[in-house]
Unconditional design. Structure first.
Length: 450
């Protein structure tokens, strides 16, 4: 057994012990990760025709959205299983289990003849949408977001054939890897066309028991239970645990063979999403740019050859590069077009309405900072922030007000731009006039001192 394979199994053992087991048994249905992690985050317009890179990106989006539907169905499983979503692996990691595996590149330059895989070690060689680990079985699911709407019969046939063949290749690679851990293990494999109904396909596909369709989404729980019942023969002690270690470790370890098992925890997933939203990392381009900056600062790319080809990204008309003010003071790389329109508006009164998380506060921050930097010194800006009485760990004012105050006072180094004034509304039931007086309830006003 190679050193890398031992490392993968050791990482998987940590994940199993910390997040999947209670004693020696799996504690109910466990989702890894606990919430879906989107790799295709650009939301392209749905009401226009797309071509080239945009069309390819749309297909990836639709595939991911199909996976989320399946993810939600697996959450309904009540039996003791581990469901792994988006398990990808590099050539080096796959070779740790199957050193002499064959090339799987569809249009390989070395031709169609069977030959050994020759990819660079760090290349992502494959990805499996879902792997379900039961008490006595493993099931591999490939999900395809293919839709046959607006297709002719011949076009639909070509699309289905391509999807089925591609899914078969992906399934086979994962099944081969699993059986390399133990050949006696029962492994089921399925391709799920979640947006295609049985009525839309030729009868030859209906006879294939490994093909599932949109009607089968409601029966995934029963399918998993049937797999368990059909595989009820007791396995040798430790086989399932060893398989679980290898698959969990393979999911957790990254392309550089490093790992952080907290990526399996719900708090870590939520914090990562919250961080991306706060920094407006909502396009693949912005995420890649930040990752490149981190790699440069850490020296991770030192010694690597620079490639002359520039990565292409979809043209997302709803997203724009953020003005430098947002990047310099708020670490925001991009805005929606609506946010930019609001920021650039010169209206004296502007009503901004939107649901939670739509980016209203980000635009407000940008507008406030812009006003603070450009307002003549003889003028003042009054920012009123309503808040209820707040007392926590000795604090008598809202943390929201304090965050605003700290942000504004860090715009220019060593210069205090803003001070806080608090006042109350004193309601008198017998009096129709409210009185204002200094206090700690009601409102805060932040007054720039420029």
């Amino acid at each position: 057994m190679s050193g890398l394979r031992k490392r993968i199994a050791k990482v998987g053992q940590q994940v199993l012990d910390n997040y999947c087991q209670k004693g020696d048994e799996i504690r109910g249905r466990i989702m890894i990760p606990p919430i879906p992690d989107s790799k295709f985050i650009d939301k392209l317009p749905e009401d226009v025709g797309l071509e080239g890179q945009n069309a390819a990106e749309r297909e990836l989006q639709e595939g991911y959205e199909a996976e989320v539907k399946v993810f939600r169905c697996f959450e309904e499983v009540k039996s003791n299983v581990i469901v792994i979503h988006q398990l990808d692996y590099t050539h080096e990691q796959y070779a740790a289990f199957l050193p002499d595996h064959q090339c799987n590149v569809k249009m390989c330059k070395r031709g169609l003849d069977t030959h050994d895989c020759h990819q660079p070690k760090k290349n992502v060689e494959g990805e499996t949408d879902f792997v379900v680990i039961g008490m006595n079985f493993v099931a591999v699911f490939e999900v395809k977001g293919l839709s046959l709407q607006s297709c002719t019969e011949d076009e639909g046939e070509l699309k289905i054939k391509g999807c089925v063949e591609d899914a078969f290749r992906q399934r086979k690679r994962m099944v081969d890897l699993i059986r390399s851990v133990d050949s006696s293990l029962r492994v089921y494999e399925f391709t799920l066309l979640s947006n295609v109904s049985r009525e839309e396909v030729d009868e030859k596909y209906l006879s294939d028991e490994t093909l599932l369709f949109s009607e089968d989404l409601d029966h995934l729980v029963h399918i998993i239970e049937s797999c368990e019942v059909s595989s009820s023969n007791a396995l040798k002690s430790g086989i399932m645990k060893n398989v679980a270690w290898c698959l969990l470790g393979l999911w957790c370890i990254d392309q550089d063979n490093k790992w952080d098992i907290t990526t399996c925890s719900l708090p870590k997933c939520i914090m990562d999403i919250d961080s991306k939203l706060r920094r407006a990392l909502v396009t693949r381009k912005s995420v890649d740019e930040v990752a490149a900056e981190v790699n440069r600062s850490s020296g991770k790319n030192k010694g690597r050859k620079k490639t002359s080809s520039k990565k292409e990204y979809p043209e997302n008309p709803e997203m724009v590069d953020a003005p430098s003010l947002f990047q310099n003071y708020l670490n925001i790389k991009s805005l929606t077009k609506d946010q930019l329109d609001i920021f650039e508006s010169e209206e004296r009164f502007l009503w901004v309405d939107g649901p939670a998380g739509s980016g209203k506060t980000i635009v407000m921050f940008g507008k406030i900072i812009h006003l603070t930097l450009t307002t003549p010194p003889e003028k003042r800006i009054l920012l009123i922030i309503p808040y209820a009485e707040y007392r926590y760990k000795g604090h008598s004012s809202s943390p929201l007000v304090e965050r605003h105050l700290n942000l504004l006072n860090n715009i220019i180094e060593h210069v205090t731009l803003c001070k806080k004034m608090s006042y109350d509304y004193k309601d008198n039931k017998n009096d129709t006039v409210d009185g204002l007086s200094p206090g700690r309830n009601g409102h805060s006003a932040l007054i720039p001192l420029l």
